[in-house]
Design a protein around this ligand. Structure first.
Ligand code: GSH
Length: 217
């Protein structure tokens, strides 16, 4: 039995998308990270980081959203799975790239464009994040100008992992006109039926616990 820990309005969405692509039945435990459920000893025995998502199956417990997806691809195979050493390495490359080059600035854009209350938004932080994204988005565009997908000639876990992070650009209404192939690749990825719930990641601005900004970043 597969159990996914984390609510759909969190990075658990990335794993839920993958499980749906693979047609894998799973239970979802919506650990409420706004009320501190991620910090209980019970949950920390599952993910010692006190963060969602985590996934358990008959092989054990796994955490880090993008790594969980690479594991699921490797274990369950099919067209989303990398085929051989080169594709495998490229899938890891794109996942690490997404986590280190684009995730944080995209979160800053999403937070300051949509998720933070107006009084918590910071225009100069927003501008710096948009500037910072320009180099990695050009890298992504230069690949997608020449290829339909990130590796091989089919949609794989590499596209899913990167698109699940790039979804924040959509939720933030970020202008991607400068990178038209990124824009259309993202549209195609998010139009996949298994990705339909991506919009749930956009929390409407509203009252939150005082530390909520640090919880999502
Ligand atoms: N790098 C981790 C980040 C996980 C993460 O930051 N999750 C947030 C929710 S989307 C969380 O659990 N926050 C609760 C906290 O930090 O206490 C991953 O991708 O799995």
């Amino acid at each position: 039995m597969i159990t996914l820990y984390g609510p759909p309005h969190s990075r658990a969405f990335r794993v839920q998308w993958m499980l749906r692509e693979l047609g894998l039945a799973h239970d979802m435990v919506p650990v409420d990270f706004f009320s501190g459920a991620q910090l209980t000893p019970e949950y920390r025995a599952i993910n010692p980081n006190g963060r969602v998502p985590a996934l358990s199956d008959d092989n054990g417990v796994f955490w880090e959203s993008l790594a969980i997806n690479l594991y699921l691809a490797r274990r369950h195979g099919g067209p989303l799975a990398p085929d051989g050493l080169v594709e495998e390495s490229q899938a890891v490359q794109w996942a690490l790239w997404a986590a280190t080059e684009i995730e944080t600035p995209l979160l800053v854009v999403l937070a300051n464009n949509a998720m933070f209350l107006p009084e918590h938004r910071d225009d100069s932080e927003l501008e710096t994040a948009i500037d910072k994204l320009s180099r990695p988005l050009s890298v992504l565009a230069s690949h997608l100008d020449r290829h339909e997908y990130l590796l091989a000639d089919r949609f794989t876990v590499a596209d899913l992992n990167v698109a699940s992070i790039m979804a924040m650009a959509r939720l933030a209404d970020m202008d991607l006109d400068a990178w038209p192939t990124v824009d259309s690749w993202l549209t195609n990825a998010l139009n996949r039926p298994a990705a339909a719930d991506y919009h749930l990641m956009k929390l409407p601005p509203g009252p939150r616990p005082p530390h909520w900004q640090s919880i999502i970043m």
